[in-house]
Design a protein around this ligand. Structure first.
Ligand code: BTN
Length: 319
């Protein structure tokens, strides 16, 4: 398993063929062992192309039907298990149903397209083919710092994009991910909580990858394909995201609150900007000064008052 895992990593990180000789050298095994591992992986369903001169190459890295095979090979504390569906109304609802039936932490529902994708604040989320639309089940034991989860997930998305594409993805309060000021990802956290007991949390993540945006959306949103300039294979992106989620979730469980807030601020495009905050009850304009250890946004209004926003939406003002 260990050596298969290593070979998968090498093949996944290479966009092109890797020769048998090079694989043998990196893995420290003979060419015939390379052949044997390739056969094992192929038997497990990984699609590996073989070229007599160039070597080996993984294919179908954009085909989300194969994602469930790959998650067994990433080293994470969360035990992920992936359910792929071609199309559904919202992955949030499918996963909530599974959660009520007792699905375990780490269960993921991923769909190629959503008919009624849900966004924050009751908004619709347009999710056509080519994007990464998934819901993840988490069962944190305590309510402490639960409010930081949405910020932490945004960090994980931004980090995955930064690591894979070397792009400066930023976070906008509370949990949008932006590239060049345009939204590339949104996060929706829902859950079943009663008094002090968390039954489950459903983390919905939408990332615009190779999907085509509607004309209206291109004003405010972008896709990874637009930024990178070519199609982006979604399996490596999803796996990197899962690893980063595992990391931030461990930080939350270990009360590493300061680190989360610090990283969020490092990635932030909101702090030190003039913003308009829209909450259920009011609209406030002012300078976004900081975020609190409970994830609230601290705004200094023009009249000099300091106000904390716990929930709502903000618009970055061009000032
Ligand atoms: C937002 O920015 O408003 C949050 C968008 C969340 C979209 C994702 S896509 C997968 C999951 N299923 C849904 O219906 N919504 C979330």
């Amino acid at each position: 398993m260990e050596i298969e895992n290593k070979m998968l990593k090498i093949l996944m990180n290479s966009r092109d063929y890797v020769s048998g000789a090079k694989l043998a050298q990196i893995l420290g095994v003979s060419r015939s062992t390379v052949n044997r591992i390739v056969k094992k992986l192929t038997a497990k369903g990984f699609v590996i192309e073989m070229h007599p001169k160039l070597g080996y190459r993984l294919t179908n890295l954009d085909d989300l039907r194969y994602l469930y095979k790959y998650v067994d090979y990433i080293d994470t504390e969360i035990k992920y298990s992936v359910h792929y569906i071609e199309t559904c109304d919202s992955t949030q609802d499918v996963l909530s149903m599974l959660a009520k039936e007792g699905a375990s932490e780490g269960t993921i529902v991923i769909a190629e397209e959503l008919k009624r994708g849900r966004g924050r604040m009751g908004r619709q989320w347009i999710a056509s083919k080519g994007g990464l639309w998934l819901s993840l089940l988490l069962k944190p034991k305590t309510m402490t710092y639960l409010h930081l989860l949405s910020l932490a997930i945004a960090i994980a998305v931004a980090q995955a994009i930064r690591e894979l594409f070397n792009i400066e993805a930023k976070v906008k309060w509370p949990n949008d991910v932006l590239i060049n000021e345009k939204k590339v990802s949104g996060i929706l956290i829902e859950g079943s909580i009663e008094a002090d007991t968390i039954h489950y949390i459903v983390v919905g993540i939408g990332i615009n990858v190779n999907n085509t945006l509607t004309n209206e959306l291109t004003e405010i949103a972008t896709t990874l394909k637009n930024v990178v300039g070519s199609d982006v294979p979604r399996i490596p992106l999803a796996l990197n995201l899962f690893k980063n989620i595992d990391m931030v979730y461990a930080m939350i469980k270990n009360n590493k609150i300061k680190e989360i807030v610090k990283t969020w601020k490092n990635y932030s495009s909101t702090i030190n900007r003039y913003v308009k905050a829209i909450t259920l009850t009011e609209e406030i304009e002012g300078l976004a000064q900081d975020i609190d250890y409970d994830g609230a946004l601290i705004i200094k209004t023009n009249s000099g008052k300091t106000i904390k926003i716990h929930a709502g939406d903000i618009i970055h003002l061009k000032q």
